[in-house]
Design a protein around this ligand. Structure first.
Ligand code: FAD
Length: 471
């Protein structure tokens, strides 16, 4: 009888513990991906596009090893039952997920399969340590990143030495009978938006490996400084969509980075933030909905659809913010420095609920991740664990002047400002009329006036924060 490997966020053959365990049973394999139609939080549009391509790539790699990827659509439990019925499978293997809805559905499915004497084995395929594993001396989870990462690194180092990442299986023995398949409907219906978004990306395990290798070959040496410059396209690894789909594992990244001769600590500590966000999500299942710090519950958010829309479209009148939001729309990704600035702008300058921003990112980020996205939004809002304090309000043009000094990033994504000299590229409203005229810019027509004035917005935010805390 065959074994089923249920692929979820682990779309790779190498270092895939569930797949390897199934291969070791020497049973023929049903390699299954389910487009789950009953997820509590369905994937966003950008993520689905990524999945479409990533699954194509996985299917090819599986085919090259002699196997076949079976695509099905529906509620996971019903689909699994059907595949088991059709194939007579006696064992199911998968790698774990950590959001509450996933944990609950997986536990129910596991219990129901075991009741029917079907073997179920689950593994950690996406984190360096399980989110419940690294505890403080007092016995709880860490709420502050630095001590967390110090403690976690002490577990990870020896474990990596004893258990290096697994190689891809040499061969996949396919299950021979034909099983019912579905055509997955992951691409958007309208426009050719998805093709443009995908121009600079290569979803799939090979694309992920190439991206890691080219990053480790050179850019990692400059990472500590270069990671803050959004116009520097190799300043960060851009591995996030690959990691989110599980085309590469953090173990593979850790090992490759440590094997290099360079100092990888700073880069690996960012992988540590990813781990930490999973700790927070695991212990706070409602991380995307509920303030981690309850004293934020009284905060009075503004409802302002027009401003929210201007923000999503990159029409706030602050070039650095607008460049970021347009980068997100055009490429499905945004530089981390700019993410912090656009998020702070939405929350603190516009006083719009962080959850609205989180939801927009969820829909438009190729890498939208249940842990990192909500933890990061709460971090910026000040409502999260180990968060930026609420009174830290990013200056939306000062950040541009500091990290996009020559305006390259703004000019790339806000081309209507490209002829404005560096001095005013982040602050076109301060430019003398003749300079704007020469650059072909009419504020309010070809490019918006600032949506809110910075000093006023800053003071308004600070006093609203104080009020909400009863200060
Ligand atoms: P690199 O700098 O090369 O870092 C390597 C890897 O470390 C990343 O791929 C990512 O997996 C991890 N990482 C880096 N920074 C963080 C961080 N702060 N928190 C958690 N993991 C991190 N990251 C996501 O993976 N998914 C999200 O949905 C997401 N939403 C975010 C929303 C906001 C408002 C902010 C401020 C940050 C968000 N991040 C998210 C974190 C971070 O911005 C991205 O992981 C990073 O920009 C991805 O680019 P990179 O792969 O080049 O990163």
């Amino acid at each position: 009888a065959p074994a089923i490997v249920w692929f979820r966020r682990d779309l790779r053959l190498a270092d895939n513990p569930a797949l390897m365990a199934a291969v070791e049973t020497e049973r023929p394999l049903v390699l299954l991906y389910i487009d789950e139609t009953d997820l509590e939080r369905p994937y966003g549009a950008a993520k689905k596009v990524w999945l479409h391509h990533s699954l194509n790539s996985l299917s090819k790699s599986i085919h090259d090893k002699g196997g076949k990827l079976l695509l099905r659509e529906g509620p996971a439990e019903a689909v699994l039952d059907d595949v088991i019925k059709q194939s007579g499978a006696e064992a199911v293997f998968w790698n774990r997920r950590y959001e509450a809805d996933g944990i609950e559905r997986d536990s129910n499915i596991k219990a129901s399969l075991q009741d029917r004497d079907i073997e179920v084995e689950t593994f950690n395929g996406s984190l360096l340590t399980e989110p419940w594993e690294v505890e403080t001396q007092a016995g709880g989870y860490y709420k502050v990143f630095t001590p967390y990462w110090r403690a976690a690194s002490q577990v990870i180092g020896p474990r990596m030495a004893a258990n290096p990442p697994l190689k891809a299986p040499n061969e996949l023995i396919p299950f021979q009978k034909n099983l019912k398949e579905d055509e997955l409907d992951l691409l958007p219906k309208s426009l050719d938006w998805d093709e443009k978004v995908m121009t600079d990306w290569s979803p799939g395990e090979n694309g992920a490996r190439d991206r890691l290798n080219s990053f480790l070959k050179g850019p990692i040496k400059e990472y500590t400084d270069a990671r803050n410059i959004p116009s520097n396209e190799t300043g960060t690894s851009r591995l996030s969509p690959h990691l989110a789909a599980g085309e590469i594992s953090p173990k593979q990244i850790w090992q490759a980075a440590r094997d290099g001769k360079h100092d990888a600590d700073k880069f690996l500590s960012e992988i540590g933030w990813r781990e930490f966000s999973y700790v927070l999500l695991y212990h706070n299942p409602k991380l995307a909905e509920k303030n981690y710090k309850a004293d934020f519950d009284n905060f009075e958010w503004r409802t302002d659809k027009k401003s929210f829309e201007a923000w999503t479209k990159g029409q706030t009148g602050y070039p650095f913010v607008d460049a970021g939001m347009r980068e997100l729309w055009q490429t499905g990704w945004m530089h981390n420095r700019v993410r912090m600035v656009v998020a702070s702008f939405l929350i603190k300058h516009l006083l719009i609920d962080w959850r609205d921003g989180e939801a927009w990112f969820w829909d438009t980020l190729l890498e939208a991740d249940p842990a990192a996205n909500s933890a990061s939004w709460q971090w910026v809002a000040g409502s999260g664990a180990d968060a930026a304090p609420y009174f830290r309000i990013f200056n939306p043009f000062g950040q541009g002047e500091k990290f996009d000094e020559d305006g390259d990033y703004v000019r790339k994504f806000v081309p209507e400002l490209k002829d404005i000299p560096n001095k005013y590229i982040q602050t076109p409203w301060k430019a003398p009329k003749e300079i704007l005229k020469k650059a072909g810019v009419t504020l309010g027509e070809t490019y918006p006036e600032p949506l809110v004035e910075h000093t006023h917005a800053r003071e308004r935010a600070l006093s609203r924060y104080k009020e909400s805390r009863g200060e």
